[in-house]
Structure formats: structure tokens, C-alpha cells
Design a protein around this ligand. Structure first.
Ligand SMILES: [Zn+2]
Length: 405
């Protein structure tokens, strides 16, 4: 016997009484502290909505038992609960804030989909109600900014008009005559949700009774998906919450940047431009420093085997961007090798004038064999980063002995 679905007749029913038809052990359910025992309960009737059609299942209580999941299966609606039941009567209580949220999101989805379809010819191919964000997938070209805002505004207008949302039953032909939005493939008596003068759509879910209860729709984003465009949106309490969070973020940014709300975009653009200018001038300054310092290091470097000068340095507190220009500048001097390691990060750059005649690629390989890290290069120039910066000094000493040998 199929379970009588009380939510079909009254989506606002929170408390109900039912008869337990069966209770049997179920697969353990993943709880907060690992797998927990669970039972499957079938009732003669229920107000619990099972996961289906893009709307997640309800939670709540059956007697003393917590309802962990609700599934629509062949035998009827299966309630997964955390304790065993005796046959007999039981009282059910639906977690109402969760259900009402789903009703707001779901009814809002009907309305938003109808506006995309009616105004811009963009049909909805699927719907997902997530824990934070809801999405509809639109078929067709990329919706413009104007279309996204246009559909949102049109939907909010219908919300503010507080139009009735009703249920209609009819055959496929009857619904098609009434102008149902989505093609219906099923036969028999069908259930459809009607938003007065706005939408008619076959659906087995739960919905608010008038559009005013959706509260507000906010479109939050749009991105490409495999077969179309995914529009993110929120309704009702979620819209209120997300708008509050937006304002909190703006407030923090206004404080940090010392400007008014409407000045935020310009202030951020200015910061980014300043950052770019500063970075350029920093590079210029580092290059100048590298030239001067390189001359000093090259001339003071001890002479090793084959008359090669070895300028080695363990840099402390230096800018990482200095490493490469400094090594390159040192290596401009004939028969000179530069071995530079940054102490804090374990970054290293080795470079040589070709007349120095070493193989720095081989040197790096030996260094990394002793002190692991990632890097590479060629005979005259290599760079790498040691996995453990604490080996910076030892790695430099090893490189020095290898080059001197
Ligand atoms: Zn629906």
C-alpha cells in the first residue's frame, strides 16, 4: 500500500498522527561521530517530504526518534530513523524552519524559471536546491547581465503582488491546453503548481501558498555548465542572510580602505594600480642594487680551481626577487660563479659566466640529492627551492665545495 502523502494536500502540515506499518533494520547512517544504527519505518500516511525533484528531504521527529532521511521508494515513503519502533500509532513532527526554507526556495525557482522562459526564451532544464545556494540550469545562449537582473526583477514584482499559488490536477492534455511551461511525458492524473497569471508547472514538491511568502529572490551568479548556463539564486530568509553578510563584508572593506560604500570599487582599483606601480619600481631598485652589489661580490670573491672566482652568499632578510638579478649580474663577470641561497625560504640560484667552465646542473643535482627540493636549469644557470629551509646553509657549503673541487 503506498503511503498517503499528506504534504500533497497541505504543505503547511507540521504535526500529524500515523500508524506504523513496518519497522526493520536499515544500513547504518553516517552520523557526526561515525556510523550509527538506523531503522526503516513505513507509515500509512506522512507529512515528511522525501528527496525528489530537486527538493531535499525533510528532517524532524517520529515519536522520540530522530528522522535522519526520507526516501521515496517502491513500497512507499521510507523514513530512516535512529531507533526501533513497535507497531501502533505514532506522532510525527516536521522540522519546520528547514521545510519552510525549501518551500521558499522551490516556489521561487518556479517563478524565476518562468521569468527566464517568458521574457528571454531561456528554458530551465534542471533545478538543484543546495544547502546554501540554489541553482537552475538554463538551455540556450549565455544570459546577459541585463537578462539576469531582468528575470530577478520580474520575479520580485510577482512576489510583491502576493499572487496565490495553487495546485491543479489534470491529464497531460488538459495541462497542455492550460499552457503548462514544461513538456509532460507522464500519463494519468498529474499534479501541477500554478502561480496566478505567471506559471503552470507539473511538480510533486512543496510550495508556499502565495508568492509574498517567497519574500525576495536574489540572483547571485551565472556560470557555464556542460549543457548550458547555471544561474545561482537564493530566496526568502537566505536572501536576507546573504544580503546581511554582503553588508558585513562591505563594512569591513570600508573600514580597511577608509572610504564610503559607493567609493569601494574605485578605491580597490586605485590600490591595484598602486600595487603594480610599486612592484615595477621595486624591481627597478632591486636591479640597481644587484648591479652594484654584484661588482663588489665578484671582485672580492676567492679564486678556486681553474682560476674561477666563486662568489657565494647566504642571504638573510633579502627580497626573493633579488636572487635572480644578483646571480645574473655576478655571472656577467668572466670566470665567475655565483652561488646564492636565501636563508628564510631555502630558495637558491646558481649562475656562472660560461668561461668559468663548471656544470651547475650537475652541482644542483648533487645538492638536491643531499638536501631534497625542487628545481632545475642548465649548465650555466639553475634555480631551486629546498624542501626544508633549515638546510640552506649546509646546501650552500656543499655547492661551494663541489664548485671549488
Ligand atoms: Zn515545485
Amino acid at each position: 500500500m503506498p503511503t498517503h502523502r499528506l504534504y500533497y494536500d497541505d504543505a503547511y502540515l507540521q504535526n500529524f498522527e500515523a500508524r506504523v506499518l513496518s519497522c526493520s533494520p536499515a544500513e547504518p547512517v553516517q552520523g557526526a561521530s561515525g556510523p550509527q544504527s538506523a531503522w526503516e519505518v513505513l507509515l500509512d500516511q506522512t507529512a515528511f517530504y522525501p528527496s525528489s525533484g530537486g527538493q531535499p528531504n525533510d528532517l524532524g521527529l517520529l515519536g522520540e526518534a530522530a528522522v535522519l532521511d526520507v526516501r521515496d521508494e517502491e513500497d512507499g515513503i521510507v523514513h530512516i530513523v535512529d531507533r526501533e519502533f513497535e507497531p501502533g500509532g505514532v506522532k510525527g513532527c516536521v522540522n519546520w524552519p528547514r521545510r519552510f526554507d525549501h518551500m521558499q526556495q522551490h516556489t521561487g525557482q518556479h517563478l524565476l524559471s518562468a521569468m527566464f522562459q517568458e521574457r528571454f526564451g531561456l528554458p530551465t532544464v534542471s533545478f538543484h536546491l543546495g544547502g546554501e545556494i540554489c541553482t537552475i540550469d538554463l538551455h540556450g545562449g549565455e544570459p546577459s547581465r541585463e537578462q539576469l537582473i531582468g528575470a530577478q526583477r520580474a520575479a520580485n514584482k510577482v512576489i510583491f503582488e502576493d499572487r496565490p499559488v495553487g495546485v491543479r490536477y489534470g491529464t497531460r492534455e488538459e495541462l497542455e491546453r492550460l499552457g503548462v511551461r514544461k513538456e509532460v511525458e507522464r500519463d494519468g492524473l498529474l499534479r501541477a503548481i500554478e502561480i496566478e497569471d505567471a506559471d503552470l508547472q507539473p511538480c510533486g514538491g512543496t510550495h508556499v501558498k502565495s508568492t509574498g511568502q517567497i519574500g525576495m529572490i536574489l540572483v547571485r551568479g551565472c556560470s557555464k555548465v556542460r549543457q548550458g548556463w547555471r544561474v545561482e539564486f537564493v530566496c526568502g530568509w537566505r536572501a536576507e542572510q546573504i544580503a546581511t553578510e554582503d553588508f558585513e563584508r562591505d563594512r569591513v572593506l570600508m573600514g580597511a580602505l577608509g572610504c564610503a560604500l559607493e567609493e569601494l570599487p574605485a578605491a580597490v582599483e586605485r590600490l591595484a594600480a598602486e600595487r603594480d606601480v610599486n612592484f615595477k619600481s621595486l624591481r627597478g631598485a632591486l636591479q640597481q642594487l644587484a648591479s652594484v652589489w654584484a661588482a663588489q661580490l665578484a671582485s672580492g670573491a676567492p679564486v678556486g680551481a681553474n682560476d674561477a672566482r666563486i662568489a657565494s652568499l647566504l642571504l638573510q632578510g633579502a627580497h626573493a626577487e633579488l636572487l635572480q638579478p644578483l646571480a645574473t649580474e655576478i655571472a656577467r663577470h668572466e670566470r665567475t660563479v655565483a652561488l646564492l641561497v636565501l636563508e628564510e625560504s631555502g630558495q637558491l640560484v646558481f649562475a656562472q659566466h660560461p668561461t668559468a667552465g663548471k656544470d651547475l646542473g650537475a652541482v644542483l643535482k648533487s645538492v638536491l640529492a643531499a638536501y631534497p627540493g625542487k628545481g632545475g636549469g642548465n649548465k650555466d644557470f639553475v634555480r631551486a627551492k629546498l624542501a626544508d629551509p633549515r638546510s640552506a646553509s649546509a646546501a650552500l657549503e656543499l655547492a661551494k665545495s663541489l664548485v671549488a673541487g
